[in-house]
Design a protein around this ligand. Structure first.
Ligand code: NI
Length: 173
């Protein structure tokens, strides 16, 4: 397993729409392991392939903080089937080190995807893990959590965002 290099805000790959995955082979299985490893080493609870420079439809989720005993997993070609309710909370992203913003998301999500063994899966999650599933799904669509911020909030952090874009990854710390 290997820790992959993270891509930060300003990298065009974060705005790419990720391509569907057609083959679930050994190469993809290794990439999935690396994605999980990178997420854990960087203390993230989710990590999308775009964030390590590959615009393909896979992301890692670490549910261990929420559901005891559940191991980190990947979702391949996920489709959001349904969302409901509302939750408010702080949200961050490994591509924006140190930036946390209050964000409203649905409380519950139903997602269908393929697992790393090639089997179709259907997951229903609430709370924090629902938030992660939706945040990471956005990455596959080239969408970032700062896109949800109010105009005013965006204006307030714009200077720092520009520095992050210019390569200062410590700007929010
Ligand atoms: Ni993110």
């Amino acid at each position: 397993m290997a820790v992959l290099d993270l891509r930060y805000y300003g990298d065009p790959v974060l705005r790419q729409i990720a391509a569907p995955i057609e083959n679930i082979d050994d190469k993809l299985a290794r990439f999935a392991e690396d994605l999980i490893e990178t997420m854990l080493v960087k203390n993230g609870i989710g990590l999308a392939a775009n964030q390590v420079g590959k615009a393909i439809r896979i992301y890692a989720v670490d549910p261990s903080g929420d559901d005891e005993g559940e191991k980190p997993f990947v979702l391949i070609n996920p489709v959001i089937i349904e969302t409901s309710g509302e939750q408010n909370g702080d949200e961050g992203c490994l591509s924006f080190p140190g930036l946390f913003e209050k964000l409203t998301r649905p409380q519950r999500v139903l997602v269908e995807a393929i697992d790393i063994d090639g089997n179709p899966i259907r997951l229903e999650r609430e709370g924090l893990i629902a938030r992660v599933i939706l945040h990471e799904y956005d990455h596959l669509e080239g969408k970032l959590f700062i896109d949800y911020l109010s105009f005013l909030r965006r204006q307030l952090i714009n200077g720092k965002l520009r520095k992050l874009k210019a390569g200062d990854i410590e700007v929010f710390r």
